[in-house]
Design a protein around this ligand. Structure first.
Ligand code: KIV
Ligand code: ZN
Length: 513
């Protein structure tokens, strides 16, 4: 059995299914480029047949990504599979990932198909896909709650039809590590041609065990592909987290004996990019990528680490990309240095005009903040006033007054389709007053589901504040992100960004199964 573990990233497909995490095609391409820098083996770019927008996203990623395999999800039917193949035409390496549910519950209640019909459909789909592309993954949806003898028949049949990877998802996050590992092991033993495919695990985190289950699938079950997402992004409690899997396998190589291709120094930049793009904040105590993951607060620990790092550290912060948190540019940096840093960060601006707008924003920020970090640059280019001049709402300026014993007041100037408006309001605090000032004119009717503030870079009150606002209206949930050294301004920007997403005419791609 190979000692290489394949890392299959599904941030852009399964991750994006979380409410509010939908992305535009350009955002998806930017993340795909970062995943390529991270050296993930397979990027699941989307679900081409689910909408024209998702088709275009998969196609764009397939046309631009050269090193990783690009994959599209497809239900087990000819139309979905043909659409995936069409979107993947430009890829250097392409994979079709077709799936059908195999658990009694899903077959009876969701698909309304008999097991024999499901078996037949699985065979026909893999046969059809194999005639279009050589690299075919088959997933048995709700595989872990399926009956082993039936699942073994399906898997044997699809391998005979040419499936090259077999994925057994724990779709609902029901598994327990030892049981899941043994399930995969037993299944492999029951399938006579099991050695003709790579086995894969795909675990959801409903009981907080997605990473542990995946690792058991690898160690006990012999799987050699793990499906995961950056920051564990995904519906409900999320998917198995890429950074945790990779660092577990690397740090405990003595136990797993496996290698991964990942360039771990790109993990934190990838985490930042996904959280800034989707508005899903990373909890501070999150393993590997949380702001506190390497912070030693207790005196005993600090003393130990200073004497010998490995007394309390099992990984080095710089190995996962925390060293990127260094000063990269300053007030005197010129346009060329700025442009070069954008290129190094993999950020492509569509036009010189866009670079000029971003550079002007950078200069403005450098006037107020002496040290500019990569995180600041990433936040700056995700600012919609730089990347999307066509957006409906734009921030212009804000003035607010708050004093102990007085009710805070705010005046916000913003644009709606290029026309300037001024809103003034009082509130419980300056943030509340600012959002009310915007609403005074917009009257969106949206419900505020979440408001959160984080420091973009750690360690200083000079850091920019990054605000996330989640709004819900008419069944849609969107996240807006805004950043500024002034957190009240960051809040107004985040609110306007969320309104843009709510009212946007640019398609936000979100593949829903
Ligand atoms: O969780 C799941 O079952 C999936 C499949 C479509 C692979 O995401
Ligand atoms: Zn899934």
């Amino acid at each position: 059995m190979s000692d290489q573990l394949i890392i299959f990233d599904t941030t852009l497909r399964d991750g994006e299914q979380s409410p509010g995490a939908s992305m535009t095609r350009d955002e998806k391409l930017r993340i795909a480029r970062q995943l390529e820098r991270l050296k993930v083996d397979v990027i699941e770019a989307g679900f081409a047949a689910s909408s024209n927008g998702d088709f275009e996203s998969v196609k764009t990623i397939a046309d631009h990504i050269k090193d990783s395999t690009v994959c599209s999800l497809a239900r087990a039917n000819d139309r979905d599979i043909a659409r995936s193949a069409e979107a993947l035409k430009g890829a250097n390496r392409a994979r079709i990932h077709t799936f059908i549910a195999t658990s009694p519950l899903h077959m009876e209640k969701k698909l309304r198909m008999t097991p024999e019909q499901v078996l037949e459909q699985a065979k026909l789909s893999v046969r059809f896909a194999r005639n279009l592309i050589g690299d075919i993954e088959f997933s048995a949806e709700d595989g872990y709650r399926s009956e082993l003898p039936f699942l073994a028949r399906v898997v044997e049949a699809v391998i005979k039809e040419g499936a090259t990877t077999i994925n057994i998802p724990d779709t609902v996050g029901y598994a327990i590590p030892e049981l899941y590992g043994n399930f995969i092991k037993t299944l492999r033993e029951m399938v006579p041609n099991s050695d003709q495919a790579i086995w894969s695990v795909h675990c959801h985190n409903d009981l907080g065990m997605a990473v542990a289950n995946s690792l058991a699938g690898v160690k006990i079950g012999g799987a050699r592909q793990v499906e995961c997402t950056i920051n564990g992004l995904g519906e409900r409690a999320g998917n198995c987290s890429l950074e945790e899997i990779v660092m577990a396998v690397k740090t405990r190589r003595d136990y797993f004996g496996l290698d991964v291709n990942i360039d771990t120094s790109q993990i934190v930049p990838a985490s930042r990019m996904v959280s800034q793009t989707t508005g899903f904040v990373v909890q501070p105590n999150k393993a590997v990528v949380g702001a506190n993951a390497f912070a030693h607060a207790s005196g005993i620990h600090q003393d130990g680490v200073l004497k010998a790092r490995d007394t309390y550290e099992i990984m080095r912060a710089e190995d996962v990309g925390w060293s990127a948190n260094k000063i990269v540019l300053g007030k005197l940096s010129g346009r060329n240095a700025f442009k070069q840093r954008l290129q190094e960060l993999g950020i492509e601006m569509e036009s010189e005009g866009e670079i000029n707008t971003a550079f002007a924003k950078f200069k403005e920020l450098a006037d107020r903040k002496s040290e500019i970090f990569d995180e600041d640059i990433l936040a700056l280019v995700s600012d919609e006033s730089v990347t999307a001049a066509k957006e409906q709402y734009g921030f212009v300026s804000l003035a607010q007054h708050s004093e102990t014993g007085e009710r805070p007041r705010a005046k916000v100037v913003f644009t709606v389709d290029g026309k300037e408006f001024t809103g003034e309001a009082e509130g419980n605090g300056p943030v509340d007053a600012s959002l009310k000032a915007i609403e005074q004119h917009v009257s969106s009717g949206a419900e505020l589901l979440l408001y959160s503030v984080n420091a973009i870079t750690t360690g200083s009150t000079e850091s920019q504040g990054e605000v996330t606002v989640r709004l819900q209206h008419g069944g849609r949930v969107v996240n807006g992100v805004g950043s500024d050294p002034d957190i009240v301004v960051a809040s107004a920007k985040a609110y306007l960004s969320a309104l843009n997403k709510l009212h946007s005419k640019i398609e936000r791609v979100s593949a829903q199964l």
